[in-house]
Design a binder for this molecule. Structure first.
Ligand code: NCD
Length: 299
């Protein structure tokens, strides 16, 4: 795919939308090599995690990936930083560049926040921007699917739940379609958008290869959910009864954190079809691959 000049100038991984399918596969293949035990070290390198939104998995798996690669992670505490004095994202990032870090991981509430950072030369890794994109989550989801099915072409996935507020749904759908997967959406009307063809959940559980659940993102709701949590669970939640109707080889994914008893029944989270903890494990290898490729000048 032709990249425009600005994207070429910015290094790291901001979105998968500008990467071709073979480039995406290269990252997944490298992550699989790491998982099989291959290793590389970057002594003396330092990186920082700038998280303007809460995070457990993304933040600490980037940190784990850095440590596994011999990169020293700097901890950034939003609450005690000069962001509280009104410092802009650009000025904060420019500061860490001046301090000499070799990479900056950023999660921010603003969609495509990186458009404000076009003159920054140090690689930037997007840990999630607003409701747009979450490229390393998409990669770890794809790695999990690839390990399970060995290919993407023709697989059917339903993204289920709070689609409109989910950067995971939006980022995943774009790449999954490009890789030849058939992408459906399901869940309440209040949270639906044009991300994929709509399918009722009771039909989805019987037809899909992958049920990709999404968290109900209460913190992003401009208007309160128009049904109770119990009602949500009954109508749109993945219950044991629905799991029992899934295809034999079908799997359940969720980026987590999970709302047990809302979008997923507690016992389903760790059932035999669930790949939720495998996704987390794969996230470390994907982030090792992305950091390595950037330090080698390939991203
Ligand atoms: C997701 C996120 O923050 O976009 N979580 C994650 O990174 N694993 C999804 C979510 O918060 O619901």
């Amino acid at each position: 795919m032709q990249k425009n000049i600005e994207e070429v100038l910015m290094r790291g991984l901001l979105t998968l939308r500008t990467l071709s399918s073979p480039e995406i596969m290269d990252i997944i293949e490298l992550a699989i090599r790491f998982k099989k035990g291959w290793s590389i070290n970057f002594p003396g390198k330092k990186m920082v995690n700038l998280f303007y939104e809460n995070s457990t998995r993304t933040q600490y798996s980037f940190q784990m990936a850095m440590i596994n690669l011999g990169i020293t992670p700097l901890s950034f505490n939003l609450a005690s930083s000069s962001v509280q004095k009104g410092e802009t994202l650009y000025d904060t990032v420019r500061t860490f560049e001046a301090l000499g870090v070799d990479g900056i991981v950023i999660r921010h509430t603003k969609d495509v926040y990186y458009n404000d950072l076009k003159t920054i030369k140090v690689p930037i890794f997007n840990g999630g921007d607003g409701t747009s994109d979450h490229p390393t989550q998409t990669l770890l989801d794809l790695m999990t699917i690839y390990e399970e099915f060995g290919a993407f072409e023709g697989l059917r996935v339903a993204l289920v739940g709070d689609i409109s507020h989910s950067r995971v749904a939006h980022g995943n759908a774009e790449v999954m379609k490009r890789l030849g997967m058939k992408v459906f959406v399901s869940g309440p009307e209040q949270f639906s958008d044009k991300t994929g063809e709509y399918i009722p959940l009771d039909e989805a559980v019987e037809k899909m290869d992958i049920i990709n659940l999404l968290r109900v993102q209460f913190e992003r709701h401009e208007q309160a959910m128009n049904i109770t949590k119990e009602e949500y669970h009954r109508r749109y939640g993945l219950t044991s009864e629905r799991v029992a109707r899934m295809k034999k080889n079908a799997i359940i994914m969720h980026p987590a954190p999970i709302n047990r008893g809302i979008e997923i029944a507690s016992e389903v989270a760790e059932c035999e079809k669930s790949r939720i903890y495998k996704q987390m494990e794969n996230g470390v290898y994907i982030r090792m691959a992305v950091l390595t490729m950037a330090l080698e000048g390939k991203l």
